[in-house]
Design a protein around this ligand. Sequence first.
Ligand code: FAD
Length: 317
Amino acid sequence: MKVIEHYDKATEPLISFEIIPPKRGGSVQSIFESLDKVVEKVQPPFIDVTYHAAEAYVEEQADGTLKRVIRRKRPGTIGLCAAILHRYGIDPVPHLICEGFTREESEDALIELNYLGIHNVLAIRGDNTGSQVSLNQNGTANKYAIDLVRQIHRMNQGDYIEDIINAESTNFCVGVAGYPEKHFEAPNLDWDIKRLKDKVDAGADYVVTQMFFDNSAYFSFVEKCRENGIDVPIVPGLKILTTNNHLKSLPKYFHLNIPDELTAEVDANPDKAKEIGIEWARQQTLELMEGGAPGIHFYIMGDPQPALDVIDFVRKK
Ligand code: FAD
């Protein structure tokens, strides 16, 4: 089923999850162990799997010469999605990124997904983090997420890169990213919301937000989106703070604010960071659900337990 159909039919907020593929050479078994717990407890309507761009490095060789190496640290998004569908019968949502892919490669990936019976995609630009060399394929890649949304929309009309007679139309439901605290490159939030509106006008069916710790940022973002004519579901993405180190790493990598109250609590009790983070997420989840959020999308990375604790708590309320 399409993600948007899940939201349309839902009678209560939907709980969904996002995982990352194992590092190259890692076992998929650990992912299944996590997902077994998630599926047993929650039966989520869909599970997202992130995509990771190859990164370019310059490595010094033993003889002192320099070599350009391009390596994807976490391959396997499409395979993992197929495995999720096969093992659990739950709709997987692969993320597709622009960064590092030519438009032909994006088309190929969409064809693979279509043949696998996977009809949901989160269309994302990606970041060129840590790469020394641009991976944007000399202009043959989609530049922004909206370009990928347009490409998918065209394939949904049977319009491929080449003119193909009687080409099969795909039938993808497309999600895109939104940023309650604005995307770090955008000059201001209003401008960023207008770019989000462009993505929706280009064919995006729903929005998943970047993680945030202050619900007022989400509620005010949704209000501004509605004022700007964005009328698709806007699903809050939640990450649970579980270590003291998150106070620094999350703002650094995800460009978000951590409220004073949470920072002060963790600073005062660094060895209780996990309990404090889970309690914060419980209250955030409750308030978001009561405030009309269509669902909660938990970024669980490798460990689902904190999210499952939060869900347990919320269900008992
Ligand atoms: P875009 O929508 O393209 O926006 C990027 C920036 O460009 C914004 O500042 C926007 O305002 C601006 N912009 C948009 N259109 C234009 C235009 N026409 N002209 C000028 N500026 C414009 N990263 C991964 O590598 N893999 C993942 O699986 C992944 N999943 C994610 C899932 C979610 C829910 C979120 C929130 C983020 C995810 N990311 C992922 C991170 C994402 O790649 C980065 O946040 C990236 O910097 C922006 O991606 P985007 O799709 O929002 O980009």
